[in-house]
Design a protein around this ligand. Sequence first.
Ligand code: SF4
Length: 409
Amino acid sequence: MTLDQAIRLKADLLIKGMKFTDEALTTVGQGGLEKVFWVFEMTPSTHKGTGDGTRPLPNDMLLPYGLYADVRYSPTSPYTVHTSGDSVVLILDGKELCEVKWPIRPDFYDRMTRSGERMKKVSSMRGDCGLRVCFDNACNYFATKEQCKFCNIVPARQRNRDHVVTRKEADDIYDCVKDAIIDNPICTHLAMTAGAAKDDGLGNLPQILEGLKPLLAEKYFPIVAAITATRNKEETEYLCNTGISSVAFNLEIWDEELFKVICPGKTRRVGRDRWIESLKEARDLLKPARALSSFVVGLEPKESVLEGIDYLSSEGIFPIMSPFVPMVGTEYEGKEAPSTEWIWDVHEKATDIIYKNLPDAFCDEIWDGDIGICPSCTTTKLFFDFMRRVVPRENPKREVSPGSVEAFV
Ligand code: SF4
C-alpha cells in the first residue's frame, strides 16, 4: 500500500464509516482506547453499546504509514473490522486490506479529579498524544434554534450524559492536564473547545486558563482554544496573552449566503465580518500560522471553499478542513455526504494554496503539535495527511509515551 492509497483509505473510512464483528471489539476499553464522544457524536449512525457504555467502540484506528483514522460506525459501510489470527484486520468486499491497531488506553482515564469525577469524563485522549477538553458541552445557539445545521453537540451530550461531564470545573481540568501532560506524560498538547457561551463571550475559559498558568510555567505545552470568535479586540488580546499557542475560530462555511443558512447563530450573534476581524486580531498577536479557522467541506461548492482558503491563508490565517459528515441528531442527519473523490480534490487543491500563501503552516513545530493538534491526533481531519504529500515526512513519534503507539489487539 502506498502513502496515497493509505490516505485515500482513511478518507473513504471517514466518509463511509465501518462496521465491526464482536471479536474485533474484545480489547476495546480493556487495554485498547475506547471512544468518548467528548464533543460531537461524529458518526452517521449510533452504535448500541456506545451510549450505555456496554460495548464501546475504539476511538481511533491506526492504519499503515502511521495514519490515525477516526472510527465511525455505519452499519451500511462496505468496510468491516474483524479478527484474523491474533490480529485485527480491515476487510473490504471479503478481502483483507491491512492490519489495524488501537492506541493504548491511558491510565488517567480511571483516576479521579479532586471533585471526585472520573478523569475520562472531563478529558479524553485522541491518537496517542492529544488531550481534549470540551469545557462546556452546551451551545447557546441551540436554545434559540440557531445552531449550525451540521452540529450535534447538544443531542450528543444528552445521549452520552453518563460518560461526559457537561460543564467542567477549572480545578478538575487542571487535575487532568497535570496528570496526563505533566506528572505521567502520555499527552503532549491540549485542545479545548466548547459551544457558544450564553453571553457570546469566553464563558468559563478565562478561569480555566488562569488555573493552567502554573502548569505552563512548569513545562510548556501547546494549547489551542477552539471557540466562537471573540466579541472585541480586548477579548482577543486577553485570550492570546494567556499562554495559549493558537486559537481556532471556526468559520465553517465561506460563501456568505450559505453561511447565513447553515450557521444562523454565528451569523446573527457574531457576524461574518467580525468573525474574520477576530481572526486577523489573533494573527497579529500569535506566532505565524497560529490563528486557525476550520471549514466543513462538502456543504458549499468547491470554488467557494477554495476561495475562502485562498483569502484566509493569504492573510496569514491557517485554514483547516474537516469533511462533512451527516451526523446523528443534526438537522443534516441523512443528508448525502460528499464523495471521497470530491474530498480528495478539495484537500489537494487547498493544500497547494496554503503552501503557496502560508508556508509557515508547514514548519516542524506545527507538524509536531504546536497548534494544539498534530497529524496523530487530528484523526477527524485529513489536511495533515495532504501536507505530508507536499512536504514529505513521518508522523510524529512520541517519546513521552513509547508504549502508546504499539498495537493493543
Ligand atoms: S457554534 Fe455551531 S458548531 Fe459550535 S457548538 Fe454551537 S452549533 Fe455547534
